[in-house]
Design a protein around this ligand. Structure first.
Ligand SMILES: Nc1ncnc2c1ncn2[C@@H]1O[C@H](COP(=O)(O)OP(=O)(O)OP(=O)(O)O)[C@@H](O)[C@H]1O
Length: 943
């Protein structure tokens, strides 16, 4: 039986004499969860129905005894931590049911915290190494890239690809990275070939028969042990790990065994019975037998003992407990020898700068106290965010398929259509949607594609090539069967018969935030930090040049951006020409010979700004073409490069997209010579972008970025310009902590003089903008021109306001609907909105010109089911940054309001500022009047 619960008190570890001799034990007071994993609360029973004791709160607390080596994990426990004991036995003691570990038990501390297999491997080498790796990320260096290449070739060989073809293709794909490292394709191919010889030799040795079952790269997630990772390969159900180093001993290295043992655990949980592990040291085959002594065989097998598996879980527990407590490892936890460690210098510098206790010691001067405090605070905030990502993982097994679909986290009930082998051994998978259902899943997303369950079933990481009606982007992804609109097209390493897709909770963003934080504070420029920490005011060298002649605030914003020595802040309320101003500022910077990074939170904003910039450059000369050459004001060529994935970059910006594959020297020149590089802030944290340096970074949507998220772009440049609106959507984070406030907002408050607010809007009829202006922008927002102020539906061809009922002729209208009792849906509102859409259509408006905004996804679905497809219905978050002729808002609240409907007034600001010519609010006036902001909104709408 498995026992799971929350530690409810202090733990004592002691020794007792047993019939087997002296044994250690720890008695853990545990408040048991009920069967579906939730806290039991008052008066429940254990699974077997017998009584257990109660703690002071009257909750059910029992004692779980952990024996012998598991006492090591017991020492990590603190009240409030989660604990799982598998294969426990129950025993009655003084009328109370207690539990104890058996010989088969595993003890798992904080099972909901998913530890990566590579983290466990680093930790066993030295806990501090694990920490340092988190801070520095994966660097761009040749051993790392070569290692990746060898792994890719290994996977290709397992999938039956020809060796030479694989090497050529894989080296070609990494052209850009190899170029940045100054490598030539020939020498890299030779290097990879030497390593691959070990793999080929081994495959050909006859140790593998046709009967061998192989699987390359497998993503494994354990809900029991709280471990996840990707095994390089699985042979006859046992893990095979590839190492590009050498090992002349008979046995695999201990840390490598630990890694293979993690995969063994994961495979056992998926029903396997693993008794061996294999390590393949590819460099062994490249060594000269005459010069080296020892065991040169690349493949080393070892027996997978029970003791090792349990040891691995204890290691994992150490990481989970430390991460929960928020501590930083010192290195004393392990008996690693610092003098043999390659990371000793880095370790000492980090310890010195952050004034951390460490086994290696400290060098250098500590950062000022406020910077260390800041680092600690944000380090913890980012780790909290990581835990939230882990909670997303837990939902993969805690929620059933329907719950996940309702939550927008999965597409279920797909019908598997076909699988098709692709060149290079990968597969194209096609599945058909059978129900309606919306989801967060988009083209280019990585998903867990499974034949039924993302963790328990056969599951594989797959990429969505196409979803819905659009055509596939890559030539590779076309198929024999005629695609249908409801088809989902995927590519994956293995031919999973897909019937379900789940959102893949990626930690990549979290990882990159930590690296950006580290780089800003430990490697960042001192002057920059003086400004960030309030020790120096931002400085400017402003010129008198006029950049924009019809909008003073925009002109001032460009002057400030161009003249900033440290940073500038452009506050752009809805429709005030942020994109236009950014483009003008970049053109001015380019004219001054500066190298500019153009960044934003989303791909969409990057592409919009890039498009506006290209238009600006076009004025100065010829545009586009395959050479992507644009000209500045003096007619000189300006090279513009967009860095991003094929699915992320808008199709019309594709000619500017940096191709990563190809000749290393060409690729690196293309990026290095570009005067303007455009990429999302997430991409700015990639190892390729981290090698780039700019004079200035211009970051759009900055109010939606966390502080470290902003550093990812700002770190790459000498000065930075942030553009955004902190009265619209805040940073997208899961945890409630320091990450919810943007650097933009903090700096706007701190340095009002470094900011300029754009105050003329080019979007809305005056009547529409009035409320937002008063409520969110101190009444400063105004229409840019009389034409904007007077916009109505009458301006549109074939539309007549006279054809509308009286109540809808004003640009702002309110429709009072009592509504039903649904918490997240309202059928009455949905019904009324469907009528409204019809009414506008009857008055001559095209349906595609209407947008509907609702606060909850469930209401979005309810409305979508009632209106024609060409009406866009979505949540506020999806509408930010866009506009529409007519916007209808569904408030979905009846009777009373429990908290603001749109969670945050900033969301209401976004919703109300999307329309150009007409806005219709639909909701229950009684509910809305109970909140002061909504009451004022109603007064305005009903005027
Ligand atoms: N100075 C200007 N003169 C004339 N037209 C302008 C000026 N500034 C902006 N516009 C026009 O106003 C419209 C909105 O501008 P832009 O797209 O730059 O706004 P934005 O602030 O980026 O919008 P959003 O709030 O959606 O991000 C565009 O059509 C743009 O061409």
């Amino acid at each position: 039986m498995n026992v799971r619960g929350t530690v409810a008190g202090d733990i004592e570890v002691r020794s007792v004499s047993t019939s087997y001799g002296e044994s250690d034990l720890a008695e853990v007071p545990l408040r048991l969860d009920d069967e579906d994993g939730r806290d039991r609360g008052n008066g429940g029973n254990t699974g077997n129905g017998r009584d257990v004791g109660s703690d002071g709160d009257g909750r059910n607390v029992t004692t779980v005894t952990l024996w012998n080596k598991w006492t090591e994990s017991a020492r990590l426990l603190e009240p409030g931590m989660e604990l799982l004991v598998t294969d426990a036995k129950s025993e009655e003691y003084r009328g109370e049911v207690q539990y104890a570990t058996t010989g088969d038990s595993y003890v798992v501390v904080e099972p909901g915290f998913l530890v990566n297999v590579t983290s466990i491997r680093n930790w066993v080498e030295c806990p501090r190494l694990y920490y340092l790796n988190k801070l520095s990320g994966v660097p761009l260096n040749y051993p790392v890239v070569k290692g990746t290449l060898v792994h890719e070739v290994f996977g290709d060989l397992l999938r039956g690809r020809d060796l030479e073809e694989s090497i050529d293709a894989r080296v070609e794909e990494r052209g850009l990275e190899l170029g940045l490292l100054g490598e030539t394709p020939e020498s890299v191919a030779e290097d990879v070939r030497e390593n691959a010889a070990a793999i080929e030799g081994w495959l050909e040795q006859g140790r593998l028969t046709e009967a061998d079952s192989w699987r390359s790269e497998q993503l494994l997630i354990s809900e029991t042990f709280g471990i996840r990772g990707r095994a390089d390969a699985v042979r006859r159900g046992a893990p095979v790990e590839l190492k590009t180093g050498k090992n002349l001993k008979k046995e695999p290295r201990f840390k490598d065994k630990v890694q293979a043992a993690c995969y063994a655990l994961l495979l056992e949980e998926h029903g396997g019975d693993v008794d061996t592990g294999t390590l393949l040291y590819t460099k062994n085959s490249a060594l000269d037998r005459n010069e080296e002594t020892g065991d040169l065989t690349p493949a080393k097998d070892f027996a997978m003992g029970d003791g090792l598996l349990k040891f691995v879980v204890r290691l994992r527990n150490e990481i989970a407990a430390m991460e929960r407590s928020g501590d930083v490892p010192t290195g004393y936890e392990a008996d690693a020898k610092c003098e043999y460690c390659f990371e000793q210098d880095t370790c000492m510098v980090v310890s010195g700068r952050l004034d951390q206790e460490s086994k290696a010691g400290q060098i250098g001067q500590a950062l000022p106290a406020e910077e260390r405090e800041y680092f600690d605070r944000f380090y913890r905030a980012i780790e909290e965010e990581r835990r939230e990502v882990h909670r997303e993982y837990a939902k993969l097994w805690e929620q059933d398929a329907e719950e996940r679909a309702d939550d927008d986290r999965a597409l279920i009930d797909l019908e598997f259509v076909e699988k098709r082998p692709l060149e290079g051994g990968r597969w194209e998978l096609r599945a058909r949607r059978t129900g309606g259902g919306t989801s967060k899943l988009r083209e280019g997303d990585l998903v867990l594609a499974s034949d039924g369950h993302p963790v328990r079933g056969n599951a594989e990481l797959a990429r969505i090539e196409r979803i819905g009606g659009t055509e596939p982007r890559s030539a590779d992804a076309s198929s024999g069967q005629r695609p249908r609109d409801d088809d989902v097209l995927l590519t994956a390493d293995e031919p999973v018969e897909v019937t379900r897709l789940d959102v893949y909770p990626s930690e990549l963003t979290t990882d990159r935030l930590l690296v950006a934080l580290h780089d800003c504070l430990l490697k960042g420029d001192e002057r920059r930090k003086d400004v960030l920490f309030g020790r120096a005011e931002p400085e400017f060298d402003l010129s008198d040049e006029e950049f924009i002649d019809n909008n003073d605030a925009q002109n001032e914003a460009v002057r400030t951006a161009v003249g900033a020595n440290d940073c500038a802040l452009i506050h752009g309320p809805p429709g005030t020409g942020k994109t236009y101003t950014i483009a003008r500022a970049i053109r001015a910077m380019v004219d001054r010979g500066e190298r500019v990074l153009l960044s934003a939170f989303t791909n969409r904003a990057v592409d919009n700004a890039l498009e506006a910039l290209l238009e600006q450059l076009e004025d100065g000369g010829e545009v586009g073409g395959a050479s992507q050459t644009n000209r500045n004001g003096d007619g000189e060529a300006v090279d513009v490069v967009r860095v991003g994935s094929e699915s992320g970059v808008r199709e019309d910006m594709e000619p500017y997209r940096l191709e990563r594959a190809g000749d290393p020297a060409d690729r690196v020149a293309e990026l290095g010579d570009a005067q303007v590089v455009a990429a999302t802030t997430a991409t700015c944290g990639s190892r390729v972008m981290k090698e780039q340096a700019f004079d200035v970074a211009l970051v759009d949507e900055a109010a939606q970025l966390t502080e470290p998220g902003t550093y990812a772009a700002a770190n790459l440049a000498g000065r930075f310009v942030l553009v955004g609106d902190h009265e619209q959507l805040p940073p997208v984070v899961r945890a409630e902590n320091d990450l919810t406030r943007s650097l933009f907002e903090r700096l706007v408050d701190r340095y009002p003089d470094a900011g300029v607010m754009l105050d003329r809007q080019y979007r809305m009829n005056q009547r529409i903008q009035a409320f937002a202006s008063r409520e969110f922008y101190d009444g400063q927002l105004r229409p840019a021109t009389p034409a904007v102020a007077g916009r109505t539906l009458d301006d549109l061809a074939d539309v007549s306001r006279d054809a509308l009922p009286e109540s809808l002729r004003d640009p702002v209208a309110f429709v009072d609907v009592e509504g039903d009792d649904g918490q997240y849906t309202d059928d009455e509102e949905a019904e009324r909105i469907a009528d409204l859409v019809q009414t506008y259509e009857d008055a001559g408006l095209e349906r595609s010109k209407i947008g509907v905004i609702a606060p909850f996804r469930a209401q979005v679905s309810t409305i979508s089911n009632r209106v024609p497809e060409d009406v866009t219905v979505d949540t506020v978050d999806r509408f930010q940054g866009s506009s529409q002729e007519v916007i209808v808002v569904s408030f979905t609240a009846t009777g009373s309001l429990e908290g603001p409907i749109f969670e945050d007034y900033r969301r209401i600001n976004v919703a109300l500022t999307r329309p150009k010519r007409a806005l219709v609010l639909v909701g229950d006036s009684n509910a809305l009047e109970s909140d002061p902001v909504y009451r004022r909104m109603l007064e305005w709408a009903r005027r």
